[in-house]
Design a protein around this ligand. Structure first.
Ligand code: GLN
Length: 385
């Protein structure tokens, strides 16, 4: 039989494994506290689990409709209208997906053709680039500065070319924890207004914003809505990352194209979970309390980290906090993250892997979606470095 080598067969030759896989594996191997990959170590609401069990007992165990069950699509549209004002039609403009990641992949795959450019803001969450490359697109990077991670909108405009097909934004931003302001959104609108560029907005952390700031969803900006796909995550909102449940919304003409990819990739996603989420979303308290819940964890963490040698700017959103270790070590961030896992029993995420050309600004990302006792154990290690 002919033997295939990866250099013959690989479409994604230069793609390294995800840092989340690497660090979580290392954490398990060394029995380390895992504040690397972003997932809670506490359980979801038992009421939500019970709703899934109820749906299973009621026989909702076969394929749901391709786009998701109608009551869940309705609940999603109602939530968006309530919070941000935009009205999406549940019949044509929503798809329930296998996590925000599938929504992002399906959206990129639906619209990006070989040779087309996609603007990506660095540091960037690691699922955008592989999706662009797998579809023959060309990622064009904008590197944010490592101090306040503010967007330079002139720099942004300079990256737009006749080949630009799509722009990907992500606020609240993983990994920096910064959020776009209203002014950022107006600048974005200004940059795109005379173009037919599509906008993909990764809003996975929409319900985790601190210090009284408000999430600037695309759905607040009617001019942007018409060119945009919003991708969102139930995993992040309801502490159920393992259920792989998310959704996207977009105007009908765009959604039709996304569904062509979704339908022939996954067809549809978990039916009983959809039944449960449709029910659970009815109570707005189930997601509106999240800001306060996570702000408490962020503040608890930062209060204690003040007595360490780490420097930081408080995260404005997401459940991540960046820590600057330049006063502690000169090691490369990847080396330090691995050494901390192996020698100190604490796994974190090095930021250079998300930067253009792997720029290393001596930053580690920690996830504070953890029980207070886990955070305490992690802090015991961090304050003694
Ligand atoms: N979103 C999670 C994070 O940023 C990771 C998800 C994954 O492992 N792909 O940590």
């Amino acid at each position: 039989m002919k033997s295939f080598t990866s250099s013959h067969t690989s479409k994604l030759k230069t793609l390294p494994p995800s840092i989340f896989t690497i660090m979580s594996k290392l954490a398990t191997a060394h029995n380390a506290i895992n504040i690397s990959q972003g997932f809670p170590d506490f359980d979801t609401d038992p009421i939500l689990v019970e709703l899934v069990a109820k749906a299973m007992r009621a026989g909702h165990n076969q394929y749901p409709p391709m786009a998701g069950i109608y009551t869940l699509r309705e609940a999603i549209c109602e939530k968006i209208e309530l919070l941000y004002g935009a009205r999406y039609h549940p019949k044509y403009e929503v798809t329930v997906t296998s996590g925000a990641t599938e929504a992002i992949y399906s959206s990129i795959s639906a619209f990006v053709s070989p040779g087309e450019e996609v603007i990506v803001i660095k540091p960037a969450y690691d699922c955008y680039e592989p999706a662009i490359l797998a579809n023959g697109g060309i990622p064009v990077f904008i590197q944010l500065n490592n101090k306040d991670f503010k967007m330079d909108w002139l720099d942004f405009k300079s990256k737009i070319t006749p080949k630009t097909r799509m722009v990907i934004i992500n606020s609240p931003h993983n990994p920096s924890g910064t959020v776009f302001s209203r002014e950022d959104m107006l600048q974005l609108n200004d940059a795109l207004k005379d173009t037919d560029i599509l906008l993909l907005s990764d809003e996975a952390y929409e319900h985790i914003v601190f210090d009284g700031l408000s999430h600037q969803s695309i759905a607040r900006y009617p001019e942007l809505v018409s060119r945009s796909i919003i991708c969102a995550s139930f995993g992040k909102t309801f502490h159920i990352t393992g259920w792989k449940m998310g959704y996207c919304v977009a105007p009908k003409a765009l959604m039709q194209e996304i569904q062509k990819i979704h339908e022939f990739n996954v067809f549809s996603v978990n039916h009983p979970m959809q039944r449960a989420l449709a029910e659970y979303l009815k109570n707005t308290n189930n997601y509106l309390g999240l800001n306060e819940f996570f702000q408490h964890k962020r503040d608890f963490f930062l209060e204690a980290i003040n007595s360490s040698r780490f420097l930081y700017t408080p995260s404005q959103g997401t459940y991540f906090q960046l820590l600057d270790y330049s006063q502690i070590s000169e090691e490369a961030d990847v080396d330090l993250a691995k050494r901390l896992t192996i020698e100190h029993g604490l796994a974190s995420i090095p930021i250079s892997v998300f930067n253009e050309n792997g720029i290393d600004n001596k930053l580690l990302r920690i996830c504070f979606a953890k029980k207070d006792e886990t955070l305490k154990r992690a802090l015991d290690i961090l304050v003694n470095l």
